[in-house]
Design a protein. Structure first.
Lengths: 112, 114
């Protein structure tokens, strides 16, 4: 069963706007990761945030983690048409022996 | 550095046929895994390995076998293909542990079983 649940399932925004995606999970984790998947391609790792971190930045990406609420958010600032893709959160549950659990993904469309 | 490679890219099988999906990585990663991706289902773990000679089942292992004789290779065998195994299959690798375990994915194999 999937531990990570993303919302919304789909998001459509105008180029230049910010996109916020959320992920909730159920058990304690070592870390939480976000991945991007362009149509017809494999997943690409974007960012990893450890359970003792609250916020992390990478370029136009900002990830937050609230372990008390078991939730994370991914913010993409100043979106571009090239950001159009599916985004997945993946959790590394404590004691899971490196097995990541992926959510079902969020489809982001950025209109030029 | 090729990363994670998968072959073939596309495959069509008839029900009952068997085949092996190949996966190789050149990053010396201990951990390797196979996922299937179906519309609306996200990625589901089939089998995984934490090192040569060690494999274990994931969420949906039935109908699939794996082996890990070397660090580099992790083939996935379909024993007797069924239409329910029509899917896109991804292989991934990472360091084993909790610190740097971001996964690197191959480009996928699109399998159709008639």
């Amino acid at each position: 069963s999937q531990q990570g649940e993303e919302d919304p399932q789909a998001l459509s925004i105008q180029e230049g706007e910010n996109a916020t995606m959320n992920c909730s999970y159920k058990t304690s984790i070592n870390n939480l990761q976000w991945y991007r998947q362009n149509s017809g391609r494999g997943l690409v790792h974007l960012i990893l945030i450890r359970s003792n971190e609250r916020e992390k930045h990478s370029g136009r990406l900002r990830v937050t983690l609230d372990t008390s609420k078991k939730s994370s958010s991914l913010l993409i600032t100043a979106s571009r048409a090239a950001d159009t893709a599916s985004y997945f959160c993946a959790t590394d549950p404590t004691g899971a022996n490196s097995k990541l659990t992926f959510g079902k993904g969020i489809t982001l469309s950025v209109r030029p | 550095n090729a990363g994670v490679t998968q072959t073939p890219k596309f495959q069509v099988l008839k029900t009952g046929q068997s085949m092996t999906l190949q996966c190789a990585q050149d990053m010396n990663h201990e951990y390797m895994s196979w996922y299937r991706q179906d519309p609306g289902m996200g990625l589901r773990l089939i089998h995984y390995s934490v090192g040569a000679g060690i494999t274990d089942q994931g969420e949906v292992p039935n109908g699939y076998n794996v082996s890990r004789s070397t660090t580099e290779d992790f083939p996935l065998r379909l024993l007797s293909a069924a239409p329910s195994q029509t899917s896109v299959y991804f292989c991934a690798s990472s360091y084993h542990g909790t610190v740097y375990n971001e996964q690197f994915f191959g480009p996928g194999t699109r399998l159709t079983v008639l």
